[in-house]
Design a protein around this ligand. Structure first.
Ligand code: PEP
Ligand code: MN
Length: 336
């Protein structure tokens, strides 16, 4: 349920309304917007008398929220969520460019790529240290050592790092990363979602390969209900009957999520297509449709990459693309 307050509500009346609601056992999330303040009520609201609340002097309107996701719901929080990560902001009209290798392979590799993508205009460095691989015989990532190399690359470039957490037991190692990525295969690992909800680093949740918008938003809800509101959603393609591309990029996710939620939306055209030459057109489509950013795999030697070489861009291909995307983003914003 949401309670929309009139402008400049009387403080005493507001405090007594909040105390009364809390007595009824509901948790209250206050969202202060430019026009209105909204109280988002979570918990068993079935016994609350809507008419009684609506009749209060300070109340403009009361609405039941049918969707099962509450904290992630735009009705609870009409303004876009903007997440500050070191010197960069995700959401709120910015274009975040996360770029880097699929996997961290060595210190030299990740530092060289970080320098190249930074020079090209990237705002964050991606790189997997713990890798979820379909085959147990494939390269599994450098683990804790990979995280150390990412931190060296951050030190060298100033780029914040985003990297995947696969298991709760790894969480202590992630204290010094900037954004924790939850991979598609773990989107419904509820214990993992609760664990990242109990810490304060921003969390980027990639869409499960067969997850509906509602299931995906419920995963965000797990993190938010555990206390961490800094959640980013990343569409990375879904499994369809088409096998030419690795997955099928769901561009409609951008406007749909924009309506359903206030959380920032990132598009990963690399895993969505599996082909480096599709990264540019899909990135353009994502920016044109209003994405808050992209996550793009970049490798200095894709032919010899230990993971996902065929979908990785060389730095010299990424550089002009980044500039085009920034220009396109400006042009798209100018239309609104
Ligand atoms: C990745 O970003 O490295 C990755 C494994 O992505 P996804 O979880 O979307 O497959
Ligand atoms: Mn990859």
């Amino acid at each position: 349920m949401i309670v929309i307050l009139k402008q400049n509500p009387n403080r005493d009346q507001l405090e007594s309304l909040i105390a009364w609601l809390q007595e009824k056992g509901v948790t209250i999330h206050t969202s202060i917007g430019e026009a209105n303040t909204i109280l988002g009520l979570v918990g068993d609201t079935s016994k609350l008398d809507i008419d009684l609340i609506a009749a209060l002097d300070i109340v403009e309107d009361v609405k039941r929220v049918q969707e099962p996701y509450k904290n992630a719901n735009r009705k609870f929080h009409p303004e876009d969520t903007v997440i500050q990560v070191r010197d960069t902001r995700i959401g709120g009209g910015t274009l975040t460019l996360m770029a880097g290798p699929c996997s961290v392979e060595s210190e030299d590799q990740v530092v060289a790529i970080a320098k190249a993508v930074k020079a090209a205009g990237a705002t964050m460095l991606r790189g997997g240290a713990f890798k979820p691989r379909t085959s147990p015989y494939a390269f599994q990532g450098l683990g804790a050592t990979g995280l150390e190399y990412l931190k060296v690359a951050r030190q060298e470039t100033g780029l914040p790092i985003v990297t995947e957490l696969m298991d709760i037991t790894q969480l202590p190692l992630f204290k010094d990363v900037d954004v924790i990525q939850i991979g598609a295969r773990n989107m419904q690992n509820f214990d993992l979602l609760k664990a990242v909800g109990h810490q304060d680093k921003p969390v980027m949740i990639k869409r499960g390969m067969s997850a509906t918008y509602e299931e995906w938003l419920m995963s965000a809800e797990y993190v938010m209900a555990s206390g961490n509101e800094n959640v980013i959603l990343c569409e990375r393609g879904i499994r369809t009957f088409e096998s030419y591309t690795r997955n099928t990029l769901d561009i409609a996710a951008i406007p749909v999520l924009r309506t359903l939620t206030h959380l920032p939306i990132i598009i990963d055209p690399s895993h969505a297509t599996g082909k480096y030459w599709l990264v540019e057109p899909m990135s353009r489509a994502a920016v044109a449709a209003g994405a808050d950013g992209l996550q793009i795999e970049v490798h200095n030697d894709p032919a010899h990459a230990l993971c996902d070489g065929p979908q990785s861009l060389k730095p010299e291909i990424f550089a002009p693309l980044a500039q085009k995307l920034l220009k396109l983003h400006e042009a798209v914003r100018a239309l609104d």
